[in-house]
Design a protein around this ligand. Structure first.
Ligand code: NAD
Length: 478
């Protein structure tokens, strides 16, 4: 099997080295070998984007629409194949993989439409005989750095708006999931873009990522990943005055009130705590439950978790796939140990599981009798581990929900309009869900959080224009 190359300046290009992409459901299954760029590769991609920027900045909405519509249509037509590749390299179940590929297609098609709707404003000046126009222009060249947990949707929701608003792109996917990134680049290579407008440089964060952050020609960096790396990205960008957008971690609360429908509460909590193996930034990892329903909820949750099928992501009927790799698995297991040493009760799960193929299988874990001060309630674990926190009433639930360094998504399960309305108003999260899982969002509206979860303008929907364009104010004396 040959090495899948980087895509630089319209040409498929070797990296300095290559790396195997291994299936976390079956460590004997090597998906392929992918090029690893070094700083020279990034420099070549930046130069190619610089050469292309002038032309692409001036491309018509029709040209951009055609490219994005082509990509969206092809991903949609190949969603089963791409979803399978995604599940094979990342470990989410096949229906989740196909769902994510479909989402990527929808995002490209949405931004195809947005390319036709770039708006400005025209105002009368305060001075006689003068008119003022406010227009949106491309930022220039955007560096895009993505995490492993949404290998095609997150690249799509950054690359599609970048191109729609007339920017060139240098894209670095996460090291663990080059397969979907390469497949997306291959589609983009046939979409009618002038060479150099889109570039793929695969490789390590400390090499390729660093070179992107420090490339002066990149006027903006869009990053999704961990808080630690995000802070470094922001500091580096600030040092050279580049625009920056960060989407980072979460410790998302899901509040269950006494008047909740128990089935809805359990379904939402199981879905958002454990589906996609808990590896979603919007996962509910703190289940905050009022006294009257607490024991019933914990009992029903435990039964539901026991029934979950943990197995090979590609196998029919699997509900929870493997953890993505050994280091994430070690982090999950260590967090479970920390919870136990802090005095939380492990109501169920947390064991390593053996399946027919060697993989990183972990039983979903539910902690009860947790306090909001415990490390397992404060730090993102990013695995199938949730803590239950018992509270007296709605007011205490809201206070605990907001008492976190993060603020991405927050949910409440209740039949009370009063409490649902109050929660929507007073939750300190960027996204609020009522009787819905904290994970699972629409593709045509803004996505993002507050506090330690996000930094800079929102992603997705028409709010994406804030980051991918810069505003110009022009005055004319008639
Ligand atoms: P990570 O921070 O380790 O890596 C993210 C990306 O940054 C990768 O492409 C990585 O190679 C790159 N990188 C690493 N070091 C770098 C450096 N020095 N310079 C430039 N780039 C560098 O995160 P991860 O483990 O891939 O992803 C998991 C994290 O992502 C979790 O914390 C999760 O909450 C977060 N996440 C957030 C969202 C969101 O929208 N808020 C969505 C998905 C994942």
């Amino acid at each position: 099997m040959g090495v899948q190359q980087n895509y630089i300046g319209g040409k498929w290009t070797d990296g300095a080295t290559a790396k195997d992409n291994v299936n976390p459901s079956d460590l004997k299954d090597v998906i392929g070998s992918y090029a690893q760029a070094d700083a020279t590769g990034v420099a070549a991609a930046v130069d190619a984007a610089k050469a292309a920027a002038h032309g692409w900045n001036r491309s018509t909405p029709q040209q951009r629409y055609d490219v994005l519509e082509f990509v969206g249509n092809e991903i949609m037509a190949r969603r089963e194949e791409l979803g399978r590749l995604l599940s094979r390299e990342e470990g989410k179940t096949l229906p989740e993989g196909i769902g994510e590929a479909t989402r990527a297609a929808q995002i490209f098609k949405f931004f195809a439409g947005e390319a036709l709707r770039i708006q400005g404003e025209k105002l009368a000046s305060v001075r006689p005989g003068v008119e003022v126009e406010i227009t949106r222009e491309p930022v220039g060249i955007v560096g895009i750095i993505t995490p492993w947990n949404f290998p095609i949707a997150i690249p799509a929701w950054k690359i599609a708006p970048a191109l729609a608003y007339g920017n060139c792109v240098v894209f670095k996917p996460a090291d663990l999931v080059p397969g979907c990134a390469w497949a997306l680049a291959e589609i983009l290579s046939r979409a009618g873009l002038p060479e150099g407008v889109f570039n793929l440089v695969m490789g390590r964060g400390s090499v390729v990522g660093e070179a992107i952050l420090n490339a002066d020609a990149l006027g903006a960096i869009s990053f999704t990943g961990s808080v630690e790396t995000g802070k470094h990205v922001a500091a580096t960008c600030a040092g050279r005055l580049a625009k920056v957008q960060l989407e980072m971690g979460g410790k998302n609360p899901f509040v269950v009130l006494d008047d909740a429908d128990l089935n809805v509460a359990v379904n939402c909590a199981v879905n958002s705590a454990f589906f996609s193996t808990g590896q979603r930034c919007t996962a509910s990892s703190r289940l905050i439950v009022t006294e009257g329903i607490h024991d019933k909820f914990v009992g029903a949750m435990t039964d539901a978790i026991k029934a979950l099928k943990v197995d090979d992501a590609l196998k029919d009927g699997t509900q929870i796939g493997p953890v993505v790799d050994q280091s994430q698995l070690d982090q999950d297991v260590s967090s479970i140990g920390i919870g136990q040493s802090e005095g939380a009760k492990l109501a169920f799960g947390g064991a390593r599981l053996q399946r027919a193929t060697p993989g990183f299988y972990l039983q979903p874990a539910l902690f009860t009798e947790c306090t909001n001060e415990m490390r397992i309630s404060r730090e993102e674990i990013f695995g199938p581990v949730a803590s239950t926190i018992r509270v007296k009433d709605y007011d205490e639930a809201l206070a605990v929900a907001n008492d976190t360094p993060f603020g991405l998504s927050a949910g409440i399960c209740t039949q009370s309009l009063k409490h649902a309305t109050d929660f929507k108003r007073n939750s300190e999260a960027g996204m609020v869900m009522v009787n819905l899982p904290t994970a699972g969002v629409d593709f045509h509206v803004p996505f993002g959080g507050r506090k330690g979860s996000s930094y800079g303008p929102r992603e997705q929907g028409r709010y994406a224009a804030e980051f991918y364009t810069t505003v110009k104010t022009a005055y004319t004396s008639a």
